[in-house]
Every structure is written in structure tokens, then in C-alpha cells.
Design a protein around this ligand. Sequence first.
Ligand code: HEM
Length: 182
Amino acid sequence: MLKNTENGYGVIAKGFHWLLFFMLTFSVVAGNFLSSMPKGTEKLQSAGMHKSFGVILLLLILLRFAWKLINTTPRPPEGSTVIENLLAQGMHWALYALMFAQPLSGILMSQTAGYPVSVFGLFELPVLIDKNPSSAELFRNGHGVIWILLAVAVAGHVAAALFHHFIKKDDVLKSITVGTQV
Ligand code: HEM
């Protein structure tokens, strides 16, 4: 089924979940590689690819978020407490906030540093903010910290999924992987 139901996630939510997981992981690795490169034409070319890929990611995150908002959220597993459900929801919102913050801080870093953000040379993003070196430094630091917070949140999210699967033995992990919903 394409859409979510009360009993589990549909194909589109599952697709977004795993596609973004792999694309974000790739971007974190590529971003760290980019930061370690010496200044020069190779770094400029790699930065162009990283930025273009990041803008596509931002678009996919927006689409995923819109899909979440217009869809049913599967109900929590049997026997879970109100606190557990609130924690799970809080974690999901935090993951969205961090996913948005990472590419946005990158775009703002580039624009405040006075560099346009081109998407694979096809078009440029509108300039949202004026050039300002001290803001560029701030967004650069943010871009270097947010991915760490995101990685920590993802680790907690994975630990919770494994806890449900192996300790509580419910269908939470199956609902976003192999589970079929009725
Ligand atoms: C979700 C998407 C993105 C992820 C996961 C990501 C991840 C990263 C990471 C982990 C770093 C290394 C940070 C550090 O060690 O300080 C980095 C560097 C960088 N990112 Fe991103 N990034 C994303 C999107 C963007 C976007 C959209 C832009 C700009 C339009 C951008 C521009 C840059 C630049 C210019 C650097 C190099 C900073 C430097 O070496 O001074 N990133 N990115």
C-alpha cells in the first residue's frame, strides 16, 4: 500500500525513510572529506557537488515532511506508556528539525560567505541573506555541529528500534521495514 495506515507505514514513507538515511550518511561522509581537503580547484569542484546534492536532499526532506503531515501516523505498539509515546514523538520531531537545519546552515554559510549556491550548474538558489563574514563563521560552526547532533539522535533512534525488536518483541521495526499493513 502506498499510504500509511493505523498498522504500519506505506511504501512511500518507507522509501523516504531509507533513501534519506543513505543520502544523509553519504553527505556526512562527503562533507567531512570536503572539509579536510586543501584549498584549490579540486576542493571548489567537490564543494559544488556537495552543495548541489545537499539542495536535492533539502527538497526530499521537505517532501518527506509534507508526506508525514498529510498521512496517518501508525498507532503506537500495544502496551506502550504515554511517556514512551511522547519520547518517541519528540525524537521524531527532533530528527526532522536537525535534518532541515543541516542543509539550511550549509546554504546560509555559503551565501553569507558571498558564494552563490548552484545546483549542478543548472540554476542558482535565490539569495536569502546578505554577505557577512561573521555570520558565515557562525553558520560554518553550526554546519559542523548539527551533523554530530543528528548522528547522536540517529544512534538513539536505532537503539530504540532494536530495543523494540529484541527486548519488547513488538512490530515497530517491522512496520518501517518488511511489515505489511492491513
Ligand atoms: C543534509 C545535507 C548536508 C549534510 C549531511 C552535510 C554535511 C556536512 C559535513 C558533515 C561537513 C563537515 C563539517 C565540518 O567538519 O566542519 C560539511 C561541510 C561543508 N558543507 Fe555540508 N552538508 C549538507 C548540505 C550542505 C549544503 C546544502 C551546503 C551549501 C549549499 C553545504 C556546504 C558545505 C561546505 C561549503 C562545507 C565545507 C566547509 C569547510 O570546509 O569550510 N552543505 N557538510
